[in-house]
Design a protein around this ligand. Structure first.
Ligand code: PEP
Ligand code: MN
Length: 278
């Protein structure tokens, strides 16, 4: 590395906090949940109600989907963003949604409380600069082939534009293993905490690609010191238009949320903090 990076330290002598609505990344254990894609108003509003009841702090939902095949469902676009805005109004949940094109970042940020930069776009430097200029919190996913150093440098592009509100998200990397969609690299969580002041959350949905593995890896992420989770939830997972194999039912998410929050409380008390984390 050549220059000293804001992502590494500079004036931060403690962990950064990123506030979104009532939740604060870096203080609370933040649960982001919702469908992979916004498919319809009914699907999104039902998902929002269910994840809110289960304790989620933020609603996720893709309106612009970066799909491997151009023939797969690409998302509802602006119609999807309007549905997300309705869900926010109905349930008071801030919205996390992905932006895939720097030209769209400005107007999408009028609907989003957190702009998601996806794994495939981690090193889209013009997108990172735009997201930095807009100033809204940015959820920066780790590229599937990226090292920690590359990832932190991408966070740096956002920070260097004067936007300190960056949340890192581990979502699995490519390895030789094929049983899982990706290999969830949980060792990156304490590694980020060693090097950077930025909050780091984990997405075990994309990290495993299998619904049955999401709860155990969520517990492991919480135990490893993650600042939160992002989980795909659909009212009817089998009918999801994208990522159905890794998507939880609302009931499975409610169970996961309860178990993870109890584990976090236990860990905090064990650390002597006892600060509570909701
Ligand atoms: C997503 O969160 O829906 C997504 C596309 O994730 P990733 O960029 O990690 O593949
Ligand atoms: Mn997905």
């Amino acid at each position: 590395m050549t220059a000293k990076l804001y992502a590494l330290e500079s004036s931060f002598n403690q962990r950064s906090k990123v506030r979104v609505g009532e939740a604060e990344f870096g203080r609370d254990f933040v649960l982001i949940a919702g469908p992979c894609s916004v498919e319809s108003e009914a699907q999104t509003l039902l998902a929002a109600r269910k994840v809110k009841e289960a304790g989620a702090h933020l609603l996720r939902g893709g309106a612009f989907k970066p799909r491997t095949s151009p023939y797969s469902f690409q998302g509802l676009g602006i119609k999807g963003l309007k549905i997300l805005a309705k869900a926010r109004e109905a349930f008071g949940l801030p919205i996390v949604t992905e932006v895939v094109d720097p030209r769209d970042a400005g107007w999408i940020s009028e609907y989003a409380d957190v702009l998601q930069v996806g794994a495939r776009n981690m090193q889209n430097f013009s997108l990172l600069r735009e997201a930095g200029k807009i100033g809204k919190p940015v959820l920066l996913k780790r590229g599937m082939n990226s090292t920690l150093d590359e990832w932190l440098n991408c966070a740096e592009y956002i920070l260097a534009e004067g936007n300190p509100n960056v949340i890192l998200c581990e979502r699995g990397i490519r390895t030789f293993e094929t049983y899982t969609r990706n290999t969830l690299d949980l060792s990156i969580v304490p590694a980020v905490r060693e090097l950077s002041h930025l909050p780091v959350i984990v997405d075990p949905s994309h990290g495993t690609g299998r619904a049955s593995l999401v709860e155990p890896m969520s517990l492991a992420a919480a135990a490893a010191g993650a600042d939160g989770l992002m989980i795909e939830v659909h009212p009817d997972p089998a009918a999801a238009l994208s990522d159905k194999d890794q998507t939880l039912s609302p009931e499975a998410f409610a169970r996961l949320a309860g178990r993870v929050l109890r584990l976090r409380d236990h860990i905090r008390n064990d650390e002597g903090g006892g600060r509570g984390n909701h």
